[in-house]
Design a protein around this ligand. Sequence first.
Ligand SMILES: [Zn+2]
Length: 346
Amino acid sequence: MLLEKIDNLLKEVNQLSAKNTEEVEQFRLRFLSRKGEIAALMSEFRNVAANQKKEVGIRINELKRRTQEKINALKEQLEVKDAQSNDIDLTRTAYPIELGTRHPLTLVKNEIIDIFARMGFTLFQGPEIDDDKHVFTMLNFAADHPARDMQDTFFIDRSNSVDVTKNVLLRSHTSNDEAHYMSTHKPPIRVLCPGRVYRNEAISARAHCFFHQVEGLYIDKGVSFTDLKQVLLTFAREMFGVNTKIRLRPSYFPFTEPSAEMDISCNICGGKGCGFCKHTGWVEILGCGMVDPHDLEACGIDPLIYTGYAFGMGVERITNLKYRVSDLRLFSENDTRFLREFEGVQ
Ligand SMILES: [Zn+2]
């Protein structure tokens, strides 16, 4: 009878054992597939007398559930056994693990840090998300300065119109590091601040919404513009070669006075004039100047006792000059064909 048949199958299921996953699969097909034992019972179920249907139905379901449990248990046993096995195939070929390279911007940033470290500059890194106070106010930016406009700077919270210094933003320059450092350290200060900065720019070959800067700051008694010029000349020669010349052109920055932009003699034509330097023989590489007394005062440093200089450069700009990368977007596209070009750089 049907009940007897179910009982026998149940006994058989309880005794099942398997040496490998193929055997488990065989059991599954035999019992649970569309043409398997349980499916056959279901079709016989139709002919069961009405008064027995309830009991037979319950028993078939029990058999099905038990079979499924047993097969799962067998699979699990085999997996555990597999994991414990010591059969390591030593002849198998290794996964192709490719060695990466340092990113060109990291290479150049490290080189800049290295040069200034030899001149006694230590490293300081501040926050990329900062308040208006440290990014603009302490650095002598006027309340209506265009950098405070949303067209130029990414604001995270600009809701405080009463006290703009509390608004939160993605820093638009690494000068905020200088504000942090100056307000928490006493002179002498000789620090280098590398980091990422953000500006609300349309992305093109020449502009990006994020880029990297390295700023330097030196504050002590009797620091003069001459010191600044000598440090920058040393940097330019170390970075671009001993024959590199520099020139300083007067400029304007809110946080330095006087301010200047520095050019180096074109490292492609050696100063004779070429397409790259627009036939001037010079290319611009950084901005610099004497720290404005207002900044010192805002950070709790007495401007009557101390003076200092600051400079800042774009890492992308220096990398472009050194390696002739003409499109800024290449730095952030993760194209390994481009990145591999720098494999040989130490
Ligand atoms: Zn040139």
